[in-house]
Design a protein around this ligand. Structure first.
Ligand code: T46
Length: 134
């Protein structure tokens, strides 16, 4: 089964431009209650981010502007996708190692998260991650 799961947001565009609404409790596209929102922007060119997994955190990542390449790894296989559309959200389940590469200069990556920030939830060592999922 693929590690890549998308949720699609309707673009409510008109002649003035585009708009996407993510409504908690009503938008069944996001498969969890959102407790936290953060965004990644002004990423230095050539810099990669991530390199960790989470024990208990589900997220949906949406690229609002520009693009970046996301690598997902469940310890058995690695898959990669481009995040390049404000109407496409990538679901990142828990116990998935993630890396983000090739940020374009204007990239703004919005992330909807199922839990509050907790550094203790991070697995930042790949060997520890492999041992846990084995
Ligand atoms: C993830 C990928 C997609 C906070 O204080 N609160 C927060 O909610 C977050 C997300 C981060 N931070 C602090 C922790 C670090 O001192 O912000 C700093 C940068 O975080 P980090 O190095 O973890 O950033 P990324 O881009 O490597 O990873 C982030 C998320 O942390 C992570 O959960 O899945 O984006």
């Amino acid at each position: 089964m693929s590690l890549v799961k998308w949720v699609h947001f309707q673009s409510l565009g008109d002649t003035r431009g585009s708009l996407v609404a993510v409504e908690i409790g009503m938008d069944k596209a996001v498969p969890f209650d959102i407790k936290r929102v953060y965004y990644i922007y002004h990423t230095e060119q050539g810099v990669s981010r991530g390199y960790h997994a989470h024990k208990n955190l589900k997220q949906v990542a949406i690229c609002l502007a520009g693009k970046c390449r996301m690598v997902l790894d469940d310890g058995k296989k690695r898959e990669e996708v481009w995040l390049d559309s404000p109407t496409k959200g990538l679901v990142i389940e828990d116990l998935i190692w993630r890396e983000m590469h090739d940020f374009s200069e204007e990239c703004v990556l919005l992330v909807l998260a199922s839990e509050h920030y907790d550094e203790a939830d991070y697995i930042r060592n790949y060997n520890d991650f492999k041992s846990l999922v084995r």
